[in-house]
Design a protein around this ligand. Structure first.
Ligand SMILES: [Fe+2]
Length: 150
């Protein structure tokens, strides 16, 4: 049986209709697909930790972009959303520690866990932020930085 080319196929259901944020979410999906590819290629034990580290670094950067936007535009659920980000980073760090300690292997179970970790947040929490940003006049073809600086 041929394995699918990617683990997570970007889907319009994941779109929050704010181009910059969608782009960053796609990058997170791409990093997870790199991890999938490493599992398929049987290089996950050597390359996986670096990919997980990339995922962590990109996640932290991406969350700080979202948090900046929430503050700039006075989002009322800022504290709740920010707390979710903190928990997500903590969960990822715990996974990484378990991998490092040899308690968790980089395998399909881990990928399924990470997919849920990301997709649940996008589809339940970021979608609400997207609606709010669109109300503020930010959205497809209207990058937030143009709105701020013009
Ligand atoms: Fe978020």
């Amino acid at each position: 049986m041929a394995l699918p080319r990617t683990f997570i196929e970007w889907d319009d259901r994941f779109s929050i209709k704010v181009e910059d944020i969608d782009y960053q979410h796609q990058e997170l999906v791409n990093i997870m697909n790199r991890l999938y590819q490493a599992i398929v290629d049987r290089t996950a034990q050597s390359e996986g930790p670096k990919i997980l580290d990339d995922l962590k670094i990109y996640t932290i950067a991406h969350f700080s972009v979202e948090e900046s936007l929430m503050r700039i535009f006075g989002y009322e659920d800022y504290e709740v959303h920010k707390e979710q980000h903190r928990q997500l980073v903590e969960e990822l760090q715990e996974v990484m520690l378990r991998v490092e300690a040899g308690e968790h292997h980089i395998n399909s179970d881990l990928l399924i866990y990470l997919r849920k970790w990301l997709v649940n947040h996008i589809m339940h929490t970021d979608v609400k932020l997207g609606r709010f940003l669109i109300e503020q006049g930010i959205g497809k073809n209207k990058p937030w930085y143009k709105r701020i600086f013009s």
